[in-house]
Design a protein around this ligand. Structure first.
Ligand code: AHG
Ligand code: MN
Ligand code: MN
Length: 330
């Protein structure tokens, strides 16, 4: 089998003349390299004192884990010197991080969830890193929070790494969705899924059932109908999965279909997941693989953001099921 590395894939995409410029290629390679370093840290676990809390809180008031901070630092350090970024933002930082002045400033903005699935770090369940790339709007000087407030449809690249039994990198540069597996001995990401395609139908849903008392009527109706199984209105039995790491739940959906939901409810009125660091990049990956992503009513990628850390309801995956949920919201 001919092995295609991430570098080769990106160079071929660059030649095709889509979103991939030499600068964007460098950016994606730098993010991938940082993910390798994070994967290494995750694998060491307790041996390298990687587990447990850091004793601090992020801007959303969530307790930070050591790995949240380590991953954030790895991604910043990797991206500061390349000259491909104007600034970056992270779930773990209140304000945008500007590049040091002694390095050239680039044309792109990077948005990261450095460590997704923090509650799974200490229990040895798959976790990951999510990233999104936006163009830096021309004439924004200084680059600030407002430069980032663009709809997800402006993304030129997005993806995520999963640190699971294998470390994988899922990527879209707007020309379909592909997935790479890390070959640890060689140190390269090798293309193992050249054309991810999500089945339109599914009989598997993912939602945190412990929130059911807080759900809105359309979500409660949809799940009730799934639970009713073969003899109910849907006429088929559904299975359920909930990893509590969005990267792992979304990876399963791109592998074998499914619907993932973290909807807005009476507790999380704006939703629980973050638009810029989680919903937008995942929506881009999912749409490019033939799936759909909404907040119930609106296409995620069309939402005009008003704040860096804003939250949003998320319903994504197999498109016929996502459409079913959307219909219940009309
Ligand atoms: P993060 O670890 O970056 O804060 O994100 C965790 C998210 C997401 O990965 C997952 O789907 C969800 O939170 C799990 O939430 P519950 O703990 O409410 O199930
Ligand atoms: Mn997350
Ligand atoms: Mn996180």
């Amino acid at each position: 089998m001919k092995r295609i590395t991430l570098t080769q894939y990106l160079i071929e995409q660059q030649r095709l003349g889509g979103n991939v410029t030499p600068e964007l290629r460098l950016l994606i390679e730098v993010v991938a390299r940082a993910c390798k370093a994070i994967s290494h840290a995750v694998n060491k676990g307790a041996l390298a004192d990687m587990l447990g809390t850091a004793g601090s809180e992020n801007v959303q008031g969530e307790a930070q884990k050591k790995l949240d901070i380590i991953s954030n630092d790895i991604l910043i350090e990797a991206n500061e010197w390349g000259g491909h970024l104007a600034a970056m933002v992270s779930e773990e930082m209140e304000h945008p991080h500007l590049m040091p002045e002694h390095y050239p400033s680039g044309a792109y903005l990077l948005l990261i969830d450095p460590l997704d699935g923090s509650s799974n770090i200490d229990v040895n369940v798959s976790i990951g890193t999510i990233f999104s790339v936006l163009p830096c709007p021309a004439g924004t000087d200084p680059v600030g929070e407002r430069s980032f407030l663009q709809p997800g449809s402006n993304q030129v690249a997005a993806g995520f790494a999963v640190y699971g039994p294998a470390t994988m990198l899922v990527l879209t540069v707007g020309n379909g969705t592909v997935a790479f597996t890390l070959d640890r001995e060689v140190g390269s990401f090798i293309l193992t899924e050249p054309a991810v395609s999500i089945s339109a139908d599914t009989a598997e849903f993912a939602i945190n059932m412990s929130n059911s008392r807080n759900w809105t009527a359309p979500i409660a109706r949809y799940i009730d109908e799934c639970l009713a199984g073969k003899t109910g209105v849907r006429g088929k039995d559904f299975n359920m999965r909930w990893v509590a790491s969005m990267v792992a739940d979304v990876y399963r959906i791109i592998s074998r279909g499914g619907i993932f939901m973290y909807p807005a409810d009476s507790k999380y009125k704006e939703g629980r997941l973050r638009l810029m660091y989680e919903a937008n990049p995942m929506a881009f990956v999912i749409e490019q693989a033939g799936g759909a992503a909404t907040d119930g009513a609106r296409r995620i990628l069309d939402i005009e953001p008003s704040a860096l850390h804003q939250r949003v309801g998320v319903v994504l995956g197999s498109r016929n099921e996502v459409e079913q949920v959307r219909q219940y919201h009309l």
